[in-house]
Design a protein around this ligand. Structure first.
Ligand SMILES: [Fe+2]
Ligand SMILES: [Fe+2]
Length: 289
């Protein structure tokens, strides 16, 4: 494709960011309730109980290994108390981001796959956060939003074109290369513009914009590195153990530059640690199935 055609596609995609739906009302309402010191779990309960999928996510989270409870939590009020305001806020944002697009039946499978990957990346980032002394809540949201730019691409192109942009059976890391080749812009750049448009904190804009190239981030380097790790481990958890793609991801995590970056943030990444983390990550992912 010629350079001017690519430039046109890229600028059309960037233009679409301006027309992207604003944050849904329920997000605004819950963000307000969560940040208001006067609001109680009861206020949150009335907002959450209206949404069945959100209620079930809160109950699943309360029963996940994160909270390590010995007794099962089955009621929403109890789950809200266990999980807390901040975590509920995370789940609401996570659910709501994808809500406006669930109507698009022709793209349903792609959007669901993206939602599933994003949610599992959020869980992974949350799990990794304490090892870097970062806020697990912020890491969760960054993990959830990191591939947001792909929604723009999915909504802008036909399934036929998408099959070329995101061919089946190729390493997920090559998505960025094919986006660059076919569209002249990549989903990390598009996602960062989108969250900037929504006036999200700079930290999140950086993590979204640099989740494939954390070494290029101009600030919040550790945060971007954790989101890169979370994304890479999430893909690794999807791969058949011992397969070529699984091996390639392990090599990426243990590459000289990645090990140096991890070490710079206090994590001594070894084959043993990769195994250990992968085990813990898969356990958390499984608890949400
Ligand atoms: Fe990505
Ligand atoms: Fe991703």
């Amino acid at each position: 494709m010629g350079a001017s055609a690519k430039k046109k596609i890229a600028s059309q995609l960037i233009q679409e960011i301006a027309d992207f739906p604003p944050l849904p009302d329920v997000v605004q309402a819950i963000l307000q309730a969560s940040s208001d010191p006067e609001s109680s779990v009861a206020d949150l309960h009335s907002l959450v109980e209206e949404d069945i999928s959100l209620s079930s996510s809160v109950i699943k989270l309360a029963n996940s290994p994160f909270f390590g409870l010995s007794r099962e939590v089955s009621s929403l009020p109890r789950a809200l108390t266990v999980v807390g305001m901040e975590e509920v806020q995370n789940l609401v944002i996570a659910n709501a981001m994808f809500q406006p697009f669930k109507e698009f039946n022709s793209k349903k499978d792609r959007l669901e796959t993206l939602w599933d990957h994003s949610f599992r990346c959020a869980l992974t980032a949350k799990l990794l956060a304490p090892r870097f002394c970062l806020s697990s809540s912020e890491c969760f949201i960054a993990g959830q939003l990191h591939d947001l730019g792909k929604i723009l691409v999915i909504m802008a192109f036909s399934n036929q074109s998408l099959a070329k942009i995101y061919p089946e059976g190729v390493a997920i890391s090559s998505h960025v290369t094919s986006e660059q080749e076919l569209l002249g812009v990549t989903h990390d750049i598009l996602g960062a513009r989108l969250v900037r448009n929504w006036l999200f904190p700079e930290k999140l804009c950086m993590a979204v914009g640099y989740h494939h190239r954390p070494e290029k981030a101009t600030s919040h380097h550790e945060f971007c590195h954790v989101v890169w790790l979370a994304d890479t481990f999430t893909h690794l958890a999807d791969e058949e153990p011992g397969s070529a793609s699984s091996q390639a991801l392990i090599e990426l995590l243990l590459s000289k530059t990645a090990v140096q970056r991890s070490a710079g943030f206090g994590m001594d990444m070894t084959p043993f640690l990769v195994d250990e983390l992968l085990h813990d990550i898969m356990e958390v992912h499984d608890s949400f199935k």
